[in-house]
Design a protein around this ligand. Structure first.
Ligand code: PLP
Length: 422
């Protein structure tokens, strides 16, 4: 054995299980190109490293290689359902009853009763006619515009929409208009220009994840009515906790009957496992089942994932107490941080960007926060505009008041130490 291994080592051949590098000039050229591109990313200071967590997702985390009891302020676990005991139990039950997965797309042999039940529940939750599941909201956004819009139509998109909306729009052949972020004058000008097309669809995030600001949906719906357009919203950062019953931005702003199409995720407030969906008029959902490529050509959601989301929706539909619990926590953090001298972007949203301006300051402060047991992340260009670096704090309903106060205290100390506060 050792002799064979020694011979392999001398010849440079990979041992059992060792990675094999492809040989040949093209592979070598590719490797050089990739390495130089990676070096550029590092050089630009935009390298995204991943911290490894060795516990469940939750307000308190254990990081691999030490770091127990870290208070987590950077997950989209808005309602704390990612590790809720009933959500976990529902996943285990679905796994045992329906198996690990479907080994199939939905229309071949991948639809189980739980998929139909969840789609019905999502539609009921949002008070829409029907719903369709996807492997992710990224897929839902990739699949809708191409299926719905033709070269005769137009789509009008907020310039700061999520990458998946931008990519989804790129895939469709409709006429594309980009309006300035939440700028209703600009939207109106673009809607006037788009009158020549057969159908107009205004597409916006309900809540914008980098700034914690909420789209002016009332005004958008008024303009849509005036210029005969449809409204599409991406509710990934709203479903489950915005509005009196957590239905989202449309409920918060009183326009549930004016928004035509909602895309959202099961991977954030609704249990945090994975999955996405579109909900809206039945003929639209029927058409997506026939034409939407990420739905048609990708595996069905695994039963355990369906079980998590289904239970999360049950909990939200039983009582609005969970959805309501967010607001007071968010308010506590925002007001204490403002009193300490920080500028927090957005309004009333659990995404609380602590605006710092300088990219290095954001990164150094985030690192120092972790040294004090608070896990937050700094964002800088190109994720946010130049000069608008920030640390994004995300409040969860399961943070205790003490967790929030400790976070504010650490920010105050770190801010003073690095010159962000006087
Ligand atoms: N849309 C928005 C606004 C998001 O923030 C995200 C995820 O970060 C997505 C879509 C994609 O959601 P998913 O993780 O389900 O693919």
């Amino acid at each position: 054995m050792w002799r064979a291994a020694a011979v392999r080592a001398l010849r440079g051949a990979p041992g059992a299980g060792a990675p094999r590098a492809a040989s040949g000039a093209a592979a070598a050229q590719l490797r050089r190109r990739l390495e130089s591109e990676l070096e550029e990313i590092r050089g630009a200071g935009t390298w995204k490293s991943e911290r490894v967590i060795s516990s469940r997702q939750g307000p308190h985390l254990q990081l691999a290689g030490g770091g127990a009891g870290i208070i987590n302020f950077c997950a989209n676990n808005y309602l704390g359902l990612s590790s809720h005991p009933e959500v976990i139990r529902a996943a285990v039950e679905a796994l045992e009853k329906f198996g690990a997965g479907l080994s199939s797309v939905r229309f071949i042999c991948g639809t189980q009763s739980i998929h139909k039940d969840l789609e019905e529940k999502i539609a009921r939750f949002h008070q829409r006619e029907d719903a369709i599941l996807y492997a992710s909201c990224f897929d839902a956004n990739a699949g809708i515009f191409e299926a719905l819009l033709t070269p005769e139509d137009a789509v009008l998109s907020d310039e700061l929409n999520h990458a998946s909306i931008i990519d989804g729009i790129r895939l469709c052949k409709a006429n594309k208009y980009r309006y300035k972020h939440m700028d209703m004058q600009d939207l109106e000008a673009k809607l006037k220009e788009a009158q020549k097309h057969r159908l107009r669809l205004v597409a916006t995030d309900g809540a914008f994840s980098m700034d914690g600001d909420i789209a002016p949906l009332r005004e958008i719906c008024q303009l849509a009515h005036k210029y005969d357009a449809l409204v599409f919203i991406d509710e990934c950062h709203a479903t489950g906790f915005l509005g009196p019953n957590g239905r989202g931005t449309d409920e918060l702003l009183g326009v549930m009957d004016k928004v035509t199409i909602i895309n959202s995720t099961l991977g954030k407030a609704l249990g945090g496992a994975a999955g996405g969906y579109t909900t809206g008029p039945k003929p639209l959902i029927d058409l997506l089942r026939q034409r939407s490529r990420p739905y048609l050509f990708s595996n069905s959601l695994p039963p355990a994932v369906v079980g998590c989301a289904s239970k999360a929706l049950d909990l939200l539909m039983e009582s609005n107490a969970i959805a309501q619990s967010m607001a007071a926590k968010t308010q506590r953090f925002r007001s204490k941080m403002t009193a300490a001298g920080f500028t927090i972007s957005g309004k009333d949203h659990p995404i609380c960007p602590v605006m710092l301006g300088d990219a290095r300051l954001a990164s150094v402060m985030a690192e120092d926060m972790l040294n004090r047991g608070i896990y937050v992340i700094g964002f800088s260009y190109p994720v946010v505009p130049k000069g608008k670096a920030r640390i994004r704090v995300q409040i969860s309903a399961v943070h205790s008041d003490e967790d929030i106060d400790r976070c504010v205290e650490a920010f105050t100390q770190v801010g003073r130490k690095h010159g962000a506060l006087p």
